[in-house]
Design a protein around this ligand. Structure first.
Ligand code: HEM
Length: 433
């Protein structure tokens, strides 16, 4: 379930750079096939810290059975942008999906905008210069329950577990940063690239999408270890985040034929987004021993109390009374590691966020928590219910987010993200337009 990187072995990152960045030196861009890229992504742990040696020329293939940005390793910058969808008919929605896919292909693969008449607005914002480099950009489209609920012809096609996020006991949800009909997750080496992508989409489809809210985030870069060790990045509480993530290729992530979901949804996954504020001033005044007890791990190494490295597995069978790892420690509640709790595993792919200062003079920062799973109920919702009331809550306040469904990927040029949904809608009605 978790990785145990043997010391002195070649680093996944090296392999990834061979696949993705080899063209950079020669001034060209090497695009791996989808299968190669998936294999690289599966080997490369989703939450390994970015090593800071990424190239502008790095790019992930856009086309494939699954969308990018779920199992692809998390780069240093991320953004969630939530929109209202203006389309009311299948024809309008198809036009939105086709137009969006076209833009996302350009943005993720890189392009050179044409020169145009100076009397017209330029074809590109220009913030990345005259050539738009891919910069490791991934774009992931997901759909909220309101998209389905507000359109009679889409209602029967709603993924079975998709629902509007409701309040958990510790939440103080701000309606202005919750929900949405459609969400774009952009991830890239640099924040300028995600902002550029968002501005391109806004400019390209003003009659189709209305921006509701966005949240940007970062992942701290850790320089590569000479001995090849790969580490998980730290969150803003100073702990490593991602040590116990399941393998990214794990079947818990993707909806398959065997799942009780509409056929169009096969190859997709549920996305849970939570903007979780951290009370960092309070945390920084809490004794180290207390921080570690609350989390269930050592702070410097990220190791569980019965291990030495962050990748050692906590063994709760030898600790039935919670003397080593408290029963209410974050990691023990989140994953009790019983045969029964295996079906609740989730793939976490979060970013840290920092939004300035609150009116009361506190830092407004925390975790842009994002996770993926084939079953939203068994995954995020069950895990969050187990975490309700945990001691960590004293330092957390979830304030926004939502639940979304990531449709399967576009398979090849000419195909578009959302096609299987549009086809299913057309099949389900005599003459939808
Ligand atoms: C600001 C909020 C949060 C912080 C600071 C935080 C921090 C951490 C840390 C430091 C770890 C240990 C390292 C690791 O295995 O990744 C961890 C593990 C974990 N967290 Fe969180 N977390 C937060 C929110 C959440 C939420 C909202 C969920 C899901 C509802 C969640 C689910 C998990 C899971 C499943 C694990 C792995 C446990 C294991 O398999 O041993 N966390 N978290």
């Amino acid at each position: 379930m978790s990785r145990h990187p043997a010391p002195k072995q070649p680093v996944d990152n090296t392999r990834r750079r061979l696949l993705l960045g080899a063209g950079a030196a020669a001034g060209s861009v090497l695009v791996p096939g989808a299968a190669q890229a998936e294999a690289a992504a599966a080997r490369h742990h989703v939450t390994d810290a970015p090593t800071g040696d990424a190239s502008f020329a790095d790019r992930w293939p856009f086309y494939g059975e699954h969308q990018q940005g779920v199992t692809t390793p998390r780069p240093a910058s991320g953004m969630i942008a939530s929109f209202d969808v203006l389309a009311q008919t299948p024809g309008d929605l198809e036009a939105l999906f086709r137009g969006l896919t076209e833009r996302l292909v350009f943005l993720t693969q890189g392009w050179t905008p044409p020169e145009l008449d100076p009397k017209l607005p330029p074809p590109d914002s220009g913030i990345l210069g005259p050539v738009v480099a891919p910069d490791n950009l991934t774009a992931t489209v997901s759909l909220g329950s309101s998209l389905f609920d507000d359109r009679d012809w889409l209602k029967p096609l709603k993924p079975k577990k998709l629902q509007r996020m409701t309040k958990f006991p510790n939440d103080a949800l701000d309606a202005g940063i919750c929900h949405g009909d459609l969400v774009l997750q952009f991830c890239a080496n640099r924040p300028d690239t995600t902002i550029h992508a968002l501005r391109d989409v806004l400019k390209s489809m003003p009659d189709k999408l209305l921006l509701r809210w966005k949240q940007e985030g970062t992942v701290p870069v850790i320089p590569p270890n000479p001995d090849g060790r790969v580490e998980s990045a730290r969150n803003l509480l100073g702990f490593r985040d991602g040590s116990a993530n399941p393998d990214s290729g794990d079947s818990i992530v993707w909806v398959g034929e065997a799942h009780d979901e509409p056929a169009w949804a096969v190859g997709g996954t549920y996305q849970a987004v939570r903007i979780v504020r951290n009370f960092v001033e309070r945390w920084d005044r809490t004794p180290l021993g207390e921080q570690e007890r609350i989390m269930g791990r050592r702070k410097p190494s990220g190791a569980p109390f019965n291990g030495h490295t962050e990748f050692d597995e906590p063994d709760y069978t030898k600790d039935p009374d919670g003397k080593v790892t408290a029963h209410d420690a974050h990691i023990r509640l989140a994953n009790p590691r019983t045969a029964e709790s295996r079906k609740n595993l989730i793939l976490r792919r979060p970013f840290n966020y920092s939004n300035g200062v609150t009116k009361s003079g506190q830092l407004e920062q925390g975790l842009l928590f994002i996770c993926y799973q084939a079953d939203l109920e068994a995954g995020f919702i069950t895990v969050q219910r187990r975490l309700n009331g945990e001691p960590l809550e004293e330092y957390l306040k979830p304030i926004g987010g939502g639940y979304f469904y990531v449709p399967p990927g576009a398979l090849s040029p000419g195909d578009y993200v959302g096609r299987t949904l549009i086809e299913a809608a057309r099949e389900g009605k005599a003459s939808p337009t």
